[in-house]
Structures are given as C-alpha cells and as structure tokens.
Design a binder for this molecule. Structure first.
Ligand code: HEC
Ligand code: HEC
Ligand code: HEC
Ligand code: HEC
Length: 477
C-alpha cells in the first residue's frame, strides 16, 4: 500500500490498503485506459480567470451548487433504458451503464456511508460537530447536499457524491438531453457542467479533492483522523473508474492513446492554481501557518540521527528546522510549463519560489503570502489555457519522462509530497506512452519500485527515492 497516512489511524484496515493500491497505480486497469488511437483534437480553449480574490466568507454553495437549475437526484438517471444498463453499449452515443458503474465500483457512491463509519464519527466527535452524517462541514464533500430550495424532488443524502455533484443540476437539461439531436453546448447552456473541458473537469474534482471556499480539509481535520488529500487527474480518473469514453468538444470519441499526457499536463496546471487559491484563503483567515500547506513528513518522521539524510543534505534553500512548503504542485509541472511557454514559466518560477520561501520561513506577513500566491495563481491559469491547445505526442511524453526522472536529486530532496506526485506523474506518462506502443516491462517494474518506497511515508528517504528514480531513468530509451 502506498502513501497512506491513514495507516497511522487505529481503524486502518486491509480494505483501505487495497484502495490505496489502486491509487498507487498497481491496478491501473487497461480497460480504464482503453480509449485510444491517434487524433488529439484541441479542446475548446476556455478562459479560466484566476479568481484570486476568493470571497472572505466561505460559501460552499458558490463553489459547487449553481443557480442554473434544480437537482433531481441520481434515481432519475438509473433506469435500465437510461444509464442503468449492466453492460456498456456500443451503438449508442454513451455507454448507458454509467449508473451501474458508479453504484458498484465508484467510491463516490459510498462517500456518505464513510461518514457513518467508526472513523467518520470519531473525526466528527473530535471536532465536536455532532453526528458526521448531519454535519455540513462533512456533507459538502461527501454528499449532494443541496439547499431544499434547489431540490426538484426529494432525494437521499445517502446516495453520496452522485451524478449531479459532477454534472450539475439536471432539471433543465434532463428532458432535452435524451433527444437524438441534443448538442453538448446546448446542454451546457442549460446547466450541464462541461466536464469535457479538462480545465473545468479538474476544477470540479479539486473542489472536493483539494478544497474550495467552504470545502476544506485542514490540518485540524487531518489530525482528527481525516485522510490527507492528494490528487493527480489521470491517476485518479483511472481509479475512479471512468464511466465514459473521452470525447472532444464536438462529441467525437478522442481515440487518443496519449490522452493521459494531456490530462496530466492540464491537471497539473489547474492543481497549481487551485492550491495557490487555497493558500490565499488560508493566509486570509484562520490559524497561520496552516500545517496542511507544508510537507507533512518533514514534521512527521521519526528521529534517526545522528546525521539523518536530512541533516546530511544540510537543508538546502532554507533554515535548518523550518518545515518546507508542500511544493509538489509546481516541481513536476515546471517541466511541461517550460516546454510550452518558458517566459511565463520563468515568472511563475519566481512567484512560486517566493510562496515557498514565505511559507517555509513561517512568515507572519499574510499580505505578502497572499500577493505571491495570487501572482502564481494567475500565471498558472494562463499556462492552463495554453496547455489546452498544446500537442501531446510520443516525443513530448518521452521527453517529459526523461527530464523528470533525470531530476532525481531536486525532486527527492523536495520531500515526500513531491516524491508522491513524481511517482503518479511518471506512472501516468508511462501508461500513456505504453498505450501509444512504447511498452517496456523494465520501466513498468522500476515505477512500481517507486510506489513501494511509500509503504511507510514517515520513513521517506530522499537518497533511496533518488536512486530508484535513476533506475527508472536508466530504463528509458
Ligand atoms: C462533491 C465532492 C467530490 C467531487 C466533485 C469529486 N470527488 Fe472524488 N471523492 C470525494 C469523496 C468524499 C471521496 C471519498 C469517498 C469515500 O468515502 O470513500 C472521493 C473519492 C475519490 C476516489 C477514490 C480515492 C481512493 O482513495 O480510493 C477517486 C479515485 C476520486 N474520488 C476521483 C475523483 C475524480 C477524478 C473527480 C473529478 C472527475 C472527483 N473525484 C470529483 C468527493 C468528490
Ligand atoms: C474538502 C472536501 C472534504 C471535506 C470537507 C470532508 N471530506 Fe472526508 N474525504 C474527502 C475526500 C476527497 C476523501 C477521499 C480521499 C482520498 O482517498 O484521496 C475523503 C475521505 C474520507 C474518509 C475515508 C473514507 C475511506 O473509507 O477511505 C472519511 C472517514 C471521511 N472522509 C470523513 C469525513 C468527515 C467525518 C468529515 C467532516 C468532519 C469530512 N470527511 C469532510 C473530502 C472531504
Ligand atoms: C466524480 C464525478 C462524476 C460523477 C459522480 C458522475 N460523473 Fe458522469 N462523467 C464525469 C466525467 C469527468 C465525465 C467525462 C466528461 C464528459 O463526457 O462529460 C463523465 C461522463 C459521463 C457521461 C458521458 C457523457 C458523454 O457525452 O459522453 C455520462 C452519460 C455520464 N457521465 C453519466 C453519469 C451518471 C448517470 C452519473 C450518476 C450515476 C454520473 N455520470 C456520475 C464525472 C462524474
Ligand atoms: C509544522 C509541523 C507539521 C506539519 C507540516 C504537519 N503536521 Fe501533522 N501534526 C503536527 C503536530 C504538532 C501534531 C499534534 C501532535 C500531538 O498532538 O501530539 C500533528 C498531528 C497530526 C496527526 C495526528 C497524529 C497522531 O498522533 O495520531 C496526523 C494524522 C497528522 N498530523 C498528519 C499530517 C499530515 C497528513 C500533514 C500534511 C498534510 C501534516 N500532518 C503536516 C505537526 C505538523
């Protein structure tokens, strides 16, 4: 099992271990990534303004629930003739077994039930929230917790994270969307959330998987027992598993074996922006420094001295003893940012480095943190736009694989969180490249070897990780 701080918790079980194995990529089902051929039509470039001025009063409903319709609940989608088929269909526009996939295989369907487990209730007890399944603090991310005024009919919170949590309120498009000539853009105008756009899709995932105004997993929640949040679009999509075939903006199947490279690149850009927006919120109000913005393991490792690897490395770039900022959202991303727009990346590098410096030195100058993070958010938003129209071919994928695995010292020294992102990144890129024909069992085995190094995250060891990363590099052409 891999990077799972849940192992610190008394309720850790084999079940969670298996789940994390899924995240660790060992079971990346080929079927989940079967959508392949060669055309990679550019996604419609949506401009995503970096709303760096996050509202002062957090409002979860602004982040997830929009006024463009009412919610009808997943029961409205479950008929066999609609999305409740058992086997996927090939003659229809969509697979039609989406509901079955979600209800049987997707952990989102069990998100509410998790609140009622001993761990869920324990977390809520520690935070004095009352029963977890009634606490808004939890329900915002674990259910379709919509204000009564926006419910078209009664539905059950117990359905967890359901269709409209990701697809938006259906009251206005549920009728039109079954017509033979239904156009995606028309449905989007009626309130369907545009998940075909990878910027918007990642943003939607990250409302819950990283946080948004009013939806927050901070160090207090984590210390109470909540699993730490981490994300990488392509890996998490494979694990979900997807109940769809990837399409371009016009609705044609993408058939792109290298879709994973695209999803990784755009996902990283959006993740960096959302992490900076989160930092802006954290610096605006609440306890500061907020520990969940830092590299967890820098505080949570056992003392192995005299002269541990950290002491031997001499804390490059910061004062000995300061807890490093969790820089994982930038360290991998910079490789693709530098390819598509080196000028913007140079500016981003400065802004992000300044953020890292301020947080690591536990600066109490909150306005300075906010300004630097806002700047980094704006730059990453503009890079996300550029990445939507970039080309993702084998040459680029292999260049990224080589560059990232060659960056072993910098990546490993940056801490456990960055090492995790590097592992998910190499996995996503390798699988994309393998889909395109470049299968190599040695690379596969070397990447699996990276995952094994997270069996006990507290024992993370940078020199060991760097050595394994070099092994990955040696297997590459
Ligand atoms: C409304 C909030 C919400 C949204 C939006 C959301 N998720 Fe989740 N996700 C959750 C919650 C809560 C869980 C934990 C479920 C449980 O209780 O086990 C979860 C679990 C997962 C898991 C399982 C993780 C594991 O440890 O096995 C994956 C994979 C995942 N989500 C992927 C995605 C992807 C991909 C997207 C976007 C397309 C997305 N999620 C959007 C809330 C959300
Ligand atoms: C910002 C969104 C968010 C909030 C708020 C939130 N959670 Fe979660 N929770 C998640 C996500 C996402 C996961 C899955 C993490 C993963 O596996 O990567 C999760 C996982 C869990 C799990 C582990 C499920 C499993 O079996 O693996 C429990 C238990 C849990 N949450 C309880 C709670 C409780 C109790 C609260 C309120 C005090 C809460 N959560 C608030 C997003 C959230
Ligand atoms: C965690 C987020 C999430 C949940 C929950 C979810 N979906 Fe999806 N769904 C997606 C994403 C992402 C896509 C891929 C982008 C797209 O095609 O819109 C997708 C695609 C689809 C498609 C294919 C659309 C097309 O035009 O090809 C259908 C149909 C669908 N989902 C139905 C459902 C139904 C029914 C449910 C509930 C039982 C559901 N989804 C729950 C995220 C989600
Ligand atoms: C700046 C140091 C620091 C950082 C960074 C930090 N923590 Fe903590 N953490 C603490 C302290 C202090 C406690 C409280 C320990 C106590 O009460 O004995 C704690 C408690 C915890 C606990 C409960 C520990 C227990 O005894 O069971 C967990 C779990 C945890 N942190 C996880 C994390 C995760 C995950 C991250 C990163 C997202 C993180 N921490 C980042 C200092 C830190």
């Amino acid at each position: 099992m891999a990077f799972d701080l849940r192992r610190f918790l008394p309720s850790f079980s084999v079940a969670t271990a298996l789940v994390s194995l899924a995240i660790s990529g060992f079971i990346h089902a080929p079927a989940a990534r079967a959508q392949s051929s060669d055309s990679a039509p550019a996604q419609a470039a949506h401009s995503m303004p970096a709303s760096t001025s996050a509202p002062h009063r957090p409002n979860a409903h602004d982040a997830l629930f929009h006024d463009d319709g009412h919610y009808v609940g997943p029961g409205s989608c479950s008929a066999v003739a609609c999305h409740g088929g058992i086997e996927p269909r090939s003659v229809t526009r969509v697979l039609q077994n989406e509901y079955s996939t979600w209800v049987t295989r997707d952990k989102h369907a069990r998100a509410y039930t998790s609140l009622t487990t001993p761990l869920g209730e324990q977390i809520a007890r520690t935070l004095q929230l009352g029963p977890a399944e009634q606490a808004q603090r939890c329900l915002v991310c674990h259910a379709l917790d919509v204000p009564a005024a926006q419910q078209a009919r009664k539905f059950d919170l117990a359905d967890g994270v359901s269709c409209e949590s990701c697809h938006g309120p259906a009251s206005r498009w549920i009728g039109p969307h079954i017509q033979a000539n239904a156009q995606h853009t028309q449905m989007v105008a009626l309130g369907l959330y545009d998940n075909r756009n990878l910027v918007l899709r990642t943003e939607r995932c990250l409302t819950c998987h990283l946080g948004a105004p009013g939806l927050n997993v901070d160090h207090e929640l984590i210390a109470a027992g909540h699993p730490d949040l981490r994300f990488e679009l392509d890996s998490f999509t494979a694990v979900e598993p997807p109940h769809w075939v990837e399409k371009n903006a016009d609705g044609h199947p993408l058939n792109d074996p290298l879709f994973g490279t695209r999803a990784w690149a755009i996902g990283q850009a959006v993740e960096l922006r959302v992490s900076m927006q989160r930092l802006v919120r954290d610096a605006r109000s609440g306890p500061w420094p907020e520990f969940s913005e830092m590299d967890c393991i820098s505080c949570h490792h056992s003392l192995t001295g005299p002269l541990s690897w950290r002491q031997r490395a001499g804390y490059p770039g910061h004062r000995a003893g300061d807890p490093p900022y969790n820089f994982s959202h930038y360290v991998l991303f910079q490789h693709i940012a530098n390819e598509v727009d080196p000028t913007t990346n140079t500016e981003l590098n400065q802004a992000a480095t300044r953020v890292a410096h301020l947080v690591t030195s536990m600066s109490t100058d909150r306005p300075a943190v906010i300004a630097a993070a806002a700047r980094a958010a704006a730059l990453s938003a503009s890079l996300a736009n550029e990445l939507q129209t970039a080309t993702y071919d084998r040459a680029r994928t292999e260049r990224l694989l080589r560059a990232i695995s060659a960056d072993a010292d910098a990546i490993s020294q940056d801490g456990e969180r960055t090492a995790e992102q590097a592992t998910m990144t190499l996995d996503a890129l390798y699988i994309a490249d393998a889909n395109a024909g470049a299968r190599n069992p040695e690379t596969r085995a070397a990447i699996d070897g990276l995952y094994k190094l997270f069996n006990n995250p507290s024992a993370y060891n940078a020199p060991q990780f760097a050595a394994q990363l070099r092994r990955v590099h040696q297997t590459l052409p």
